[in-house]
Design a protein around this ligand. Structure first.
Ligand code: ADP
Ligand code: MG
Length: 456
């Protein structure tokens, strides 16, 4: 058990951060300094290696013990009743492992690089659809700067983002010098829009932006298709790209299409891209689909019959995200109804999902799922009564998009969002509509979301 916890420690902490919406500063100050010391029956002993240990341990005990227990149980299946926390000087030095890079340092760097530690090479299944992309990605991770730029393209939900994070995580785990930065092209655009809107005359904001993106050794930009055609962003991206490229820094780009298929991509960028390596990821074959499902079940400690994996893999063919969605739906249903995961149960739960001829239907549920994922909020929170700023805002974006993209009435949208009072919906729709008029980055976010909900 000690080994399981030790090797998953980073995942445990970052899941805790995500699930409990722990702020960055609290996470850095209280949680990252916690490391695993020992386990004895149902007691875990941790060491706090941060500042002001006395005070910190009190805060951690009050606020973060329960989240930690829950996440450990979710990830390992084992319930611990007691967690004790020691100050570093209470621990004998003989127990320290000085040569191994501390997990907390790695987590901190992954955090600063915007990387999700769960997306790594170990959890990435290789099949004939992605073996080339995988091999090249690993080569880039081993020798950043050698194959430049790396351009990964492929359809939605096929593992581009996963592979990109895997490269970044690998570099951080194996090299404590290189500075890695992951960004989506949406945040890149939004940051730029914000600076242009605030329009500082002395250009300090621009130089901050440029420093941020140009002072890195590995720059990863996800879903570049959202930048193409936006002149000012594309221009700024070109300069960032060139600067890094000239300095032999590694650049990694993902997109839904190969560079040659972009009509609006400037020639100078097209030719730069063609100097590097371009790899694609296709839809996984049957065996790979089964393996991905098995791996996912193993990571989550689900007990599932093979026939269920085969059934899902037989029927959901195009997209890994949908495969995972199907598995999630089945396990959720089984746990809610307290039943075993069997083939008949899977067939019943998936009957709406499995319809080979269906085209994408844009309804409120699809909008809710995509918008929640986009903002990193769970659908459960979105449909709950929680009123924190992020959740409430995400909900309003759903209201607006449901109104724009479906034929639903306000009452119907209210029902989909678990809201009784339809004046709330009218208010939400109007609020976002006004914000789009006033704020270019909101407009950009909404445009991106519309593309995600309704890809060409
Ligand atoms: P994309 O960026 O291409 O839209 P993602 O990287 O977000 O796709 O992948 C969607 C989901 O599928 C993620 O949860 C990812 O972990 C999973 N996934 C995709 N490909 C694989 C793979 N080869 N092995 C394991 N999981 C995968
Ligand atoms: Mg992606």
């Amino acid at each position: 058990m000690y080994d399981v916890l030790k090797s998953n420690w980073d995942n445990i902490l970052s899941k805790m951060k995500n699930d409990y919406e722990i702020t960055d500063v609290a996470f850095r100050t209280w949680i990252i300094p916690l490391s695993l010391h020992s386990i004895d029956n149902d007691t875990i002993t941790l060491v706090f290696n941060g500042e002001a240990p006395n005070m910190a341990i009190g805060i951690i005990k009050n606020k973060y013990m329960i989240p930690l227990k829950v996440v450990i149980e979710e990830l390992t299946g084992k319930e611990f009743n007691r967690i004790t926390i020691l100050e570093p000087n209470a621990v004998s030095n003989a127990l320290e492992e000085p040569d191994i890079p501390t997990p907390s340092k790695i987590i901190q760097r992954q955090n600063e690089a915007n990387l999700n530690p769960i997306y790594n090479f170990d959890s990435f299944i290789v099949g004939s659809n992605n073996n080339m992309a995988h091999a090249v990605a690993l080569a880039v991770a081993e020798q950043p700067g050698t194959y430049n730029p790396l351009f990964i393209y492929g359809g939605v939900g096929l593992g581009k983002t996963h592979l990109m994070h895997a490269i970044g995580n690998y570099i951080i785990e194996n090299n404590d010098q290189l500075k890695v930065l992951y960004t989506t092209s949406e945040s890149f655009t939004n940051e730029l829009i914000d600076i242009m809107r605030n329009g500082k005359k002395d250009n300090t904001d621009f130089s901050e932006f440029r420093n941020k993106y140009r002072n890195v050794d590995v720059f990863m930009i996800d879903d570049i298709q959202f930048i193409i055609g936006k002149d000012r962003t594309q221009e700024e991206f070109f300069h960032t790209f060139n600067d890094l490229y000239m300095n032999q820094k590694q650049i990694i780009i993902t997109s839904d299409k190969p560079p040659k298929d972009f009509l609006l991509l400037e020639d100078r960028l097209k030719s730069r891209f063609s100097e590097g390596i371009t790899v694609d990821i296709k839809s996984p074959e049957y065996e790979t689909r089964v393996a991905i499902l098995q791996k996912r079940a193993e990571l989550k400690h689900y007990d599932i019959e093979d026939s269920v994996f085969e059934y899902i893999a037989d029927n959901i063919v195009s997209n890994v995200r949908e495969l995972e969605g199907a598995l999630k739906k089945i396990t959720l249903f089984a746990s809610l109804s307290n039943s075993k995961i069997t083939l008949p149960l899977a067939q019943d739960v998936l009957k709406d999902l499995i319809n080979p001829d269906s085209t994408i239907e844009v309804d409120c549920n699809r909008i809710i799922e995509i918008v929640s994922e986009h903002f990193g909020i769970s659908v459960t929170d979105l449909l709950s009564n929680k009123k924190t700023k992020n959740i409430a805002y995400t909900r309003q974006v759903c209201m607006y998009l449901c109104k724009q993209l479906t034929e639903e009435t306000y009452a119907g949208i209210g029902k989909a969002l678990n809201r009784k009072d339809h004046s709330t919906i009218i208010h939400g729709v109007n609020k976002i509509a006004e914000e789009i008029e006033e704020n270019a980055s909101t407009k950009n976010n909404i445009d991106v979301l519309i593309k995600k909900i309704n890809p060409e």
